[in-house]
Design a protein around this ligand. Structure first.
Ligand code: RTP
Ligand code: MG
Length: 139
């Protein structure tokens, strides 16, 4: 079944000039870009987005990282898009990420790991409308 997932090219990868490379990997994987834009998150936006992690010891640092520069947020669509994009991203820790994944290619460490992708349909259903309205998505 075709589904939507939400993607972030994180500030580390944007700073490193990797937007084009990562977008190409997404296209080459057969995921369709329904919407995309560059944003610089406010602290409140980043805290809200990662609210599930607010009790984790790395929460403060993660928010600081996510607001350290602009990022590219996108909505991707395809058959089994959530799992396929997670597979394309690779393991959270780039040192453990498989060859050919975004994090293996561009991740610097456990935090500055180049990208985010929704981890389940329920998460995608929250994350997509957190940054995009229906009017911003192509049909
Ligand atoms: P994401 O949510 O960004 O797609 O990444 P994920 O599911 O692979 O990993 P998750 O456990 O949800 O962690 C969210 C993000 O927090 C940062 N992190 N830092 N310092 C640390 O130990 C640590 N652990 C995670 C990473 O940026 C991770 O992607
Ligand atoms: Mg996650």
């Amino acid at each position: 079944m075709s589904e939507l997932t939400f993607s972030i090219i994180k500030p580390d990868a944007v700073k490193a000039g990797k937007i084009g490379d990562i977008m190409k990997m997404i296209s080459d994987a057969g995921l369709k870009i329904k919407a995309t834009k560059m944003i610089h998150m406010t602290q409140a936006q980043a805290e809200g987005f990662y609210a599930v992690h607010k009790e984790r010891p790395f929460f403060g640092e993660l928010v600081e990282f996510m607001i350290s520069g602009p990022c590219v947020v996108s909505v991707l669509e395809g058959e089994d898009a959530i799992k396929r994009y997670r597979d394309l991203m690779g393991a959270t820790n780039p040192n453990e990420a498989a060859e050919g994944t975004i994090r293996k290619a561009f991740g610097a460490g456990i935090e500055a790991n180049a990208c985010h992708g929704s981890d389940a349909p329920e998460t995608a259903a929250i994350e997509v409308p957190y940054f995009f309205s229906n009017l911003e998505m192509v049909n």
